[in-house]
Design a protein around this ligand. Structure first.
Ligand code: 8DG
Ligand code: MN
Ligand code: MN
Length: 380
């Protein structure tokens, strides 16, 4: 028909790691809807459905123009029946009743509030909801014993940790981490990873990868960095996990999953801020000794620190830059298309029964037979 001439026709490769996905998303209404369903599935322990919605959203993020007609989607990968139904509803009625009813549901709202607590995952939130706990006040009054992370998350820093972190904040924290690292191990290098490395302007945390150009010098670095930061009052909370990669019985065998074994630190930074923040929704909950945001000259920010030996640096950099879906797709590509196992430590070729070395992300893409995709185009 005449209409077809006007309509953009899209073609997209099926793995997100074969595509260039910038932050310039032309289909935010559709991808927001699918992401919400993905999130709801993930929070409900339905990871398979979650991934399906994430993949569908990622395909739409890669399109150069807004979708206006279902016919444009013909032949595109990763769009299952369910995702297509949601897209059709939005194109035809301006909204998806499934998305709207999910958003309004008591369960989804409670899951959002409770998993907004640092240290609370879907499992814990689900258990609390089944006990009738839907709000922070109900949680406080329930008498549940919370672990140290959860206490920091709910009673001390809930509002701060649920407010986006800006790139400017990330840079200030980067300077502090740089100073700490330089003081305890001169020559060690700090690299911004995660969403900010992909060019995002805000994030839920700030992620850093630390290494030293001489293999082995990075050993034991994390506790020293953490003490330096702690003694100067930069940390509100920290939990350091030791490197367990070298302790693995089978040596550096194929890592069984994407859970890596680097020395890492999950922390909450105390970031001095010039301007006062907005009012907190939880002023009533901060009666246990903390001042509400807006009345104090600092805010709490989640920071992840990871230490990698330089021999694994390229893999760590690639594995921690994200997005999460991009990482998942890289590993799927490696396994299904190349018979290789990719982790944040190494790349193993199952056919040659050997590890493939790399000192840059470019080399890893080349080993995988993929065109190089820079961080700013990994926003799948
Ligand atoms: P955001 O913080 O702006 O919301 O987004 P992000 O920076 O992309 O997400 P993130 O949750 O901070 O995760 C950053 C990257 O780190 C992402 O690719 C996933 C990856 N990552 C973890 N935990 C682990 C882990 O235990 N092992 C490995 N290999 N990667 C991990 O978050
Ligand atoms: Mn991050
Ligand atoms: Mn992180």
């Amino acid at each position: 028909t005449g209409q077809d001439k006007e309509m953009a026709v899209f073609s997209v490769p099926s793995y997100a790691c074969q595509r260039r996905t910038t932050l310039d998303n032309q289909n935010t209404t559709l991808t927001d809807a699918l992401s919400l369903l993905a999130e709801n599935a993930e929070l409900s322990d339905e990871d398979g459905r979650g991934v399906a919605f994430r993949r569908a959203a990622a395909v739409l993020k890669a399109l150069p123009k807004p979708v206006t007609d279902m016919a444009q989607l013909r032949g595109l990968p990763c769009l299952g029946e369910h995702s297509l139904r949601v897209i059709r509803d939005i194109l035809e009625n301006g909204m998806s009743s499934e998305v709207e009813s999910t958003k309004q549901s008591e369960r989804y709202k409670a899951l959002k509030v409770l998993t907004g607590i640092f240290g609370v995952g879907a499992k814990t939130a689900d258990r609390w909801i089944r006990e009738g706990i839907h709000t922070l006040h109900q949680l406080r009054d329930s008498g549940h014993t919370l672990n140290r992370a959860q206490q920091a998350g709910v009673f001390l820093h809930y509002d701060d940790l649920n407010r986006p972190v800006s790139k400017a904040d990330a840079d200030i924290i980067g300077e502090t981490v740089g100073k700490a690292v330089d003081a305890v191990l001169p020559g060690a290098q700090v690299t911004l990873i995660g969403g900010f490395r992909r060019g995002k302007l805000t994030g839920h945390d700030v992620d850093f990868l630390i290494t030293h150009p001489e293999e082995g010098r990075e050993e034991g670095l994390m506790p020293k960095v953490v003490s330096w930061l702690e003694s100067r009052g930069f940390l509100l909370y920290q939990k350091t996990t030791r490197n367990s990669y070298l302790e693995c019985k089978d040596g550096p065998a194929r890592p069984p999953s994407n859970i890596d074994r680097f020395e890492r630190c999950l922390s909450i930074f105390k970031l001095a801020n010039e301007e006062t923040g907005g009012t907190t929704q939880l002023e009533t909950l901060t009666e246990n000794g903390t001042e509400p945001a807006g009345h104090r000259p600092w805010r709490a920010v989640r920071v992840d620190l990871v230490v990698s030996p330089v021999s694994q640096f390229a893999f760590a950099l690639l594995g921690w830059t994200g997005s999460k879906l991009f990482e998942r797709e890289l590993r799927r590509w490696a396994g299904y298309e190349k018979a290789m196992s990719l982790s944040s430590h190494a790349l193993y070729d199952n056919k040659q029964s050997r590890y493939l070395r790399a000192t840059s992300e470019e080399e890893i893409f080349a080993h995988l037979g993929l065109e190089y995709i820079p961080p700013s185009e990994r926003n799948a």
